[in-house]
Design a protein around this ligand. Structure first.
Ligand code: 4NP
Length: 159
């Protein structure tokens, strides 16, 4: 049976890092002609229903990605059945996802930067309390990871 790979990106608020990761992954998958389900979520509920932070929207737009239409939602246990791959943007959110995961979940859970050779185990730093430079650094991290993920998918045999 074929299953389209499905990727969920998860940070704390789902208004900065994970919507940028979603936008970078949508952009990279489209450029490579790869069909994927892509979504993002937060482990916290503070910003549910809100669009991405204006600084995140600007950093993505500067790189050709429109994330203004995204709306924040909280990660739920059912996400572990809906997605084949779940990527946490940092260690705190990885730990929160490990607590949320139902026993026997088949979804692969990892840090996003585990996909980037030489950066395994690193966090995508939270840019929320900083300025535009932080958001540019976030875009650099998430777009590097998205390129690696697309390269891996392009090499993987069709299932
Ligand atoms: P994100 O950034 O997890 O990358 O979306 C944050 C957004 C909001 C908050 C913290 C981080 N907050 O504390 O409200």
């Amino acid at each position: 049976m074929s299953q389209i790979p499905s990727f969920l990106f998860v940070c704390l608020g789902n208004i900065c890092r994970s919507p940028m990761a979603e936008g970078a992954m949508r952009q990279a998958a489209a450029a490579a002609g790869i069909e994927l389900h892509i979504d993002s979520a937060g482990t916290a509920a503070y910003h549910v229903g809100e669009p991405p932070d204006p600084r995140a929207i600007r950093a993505a737009a500067a790189n050709g990605a429109d994330i203004a239409g995204l709306r924040a939602r909280q990660a739920v246990a059912e996400d572990f059945a809906r997605f084949t791959h779940i990527f946490a943007l940092d260690h705190q959110n990885l730990a929160a996802l490990e607590r949320l995961a139902p026993a026997g979940s088949g979804a692969q859970l990892a840090l996003l930067l585990d996909a980037v050779p030489g950066r395994e185990g690193e966090a995508v730093v939270d840019p929320y309390y900083g300025g535009a430079e932080g958001f540019a650094a976030t875009w650099a991290d998430v777009s590097t990871a998205a390129a690696r993920l697309v390269a891996m998918l392009a090499r993987a045999p069709q299932r």
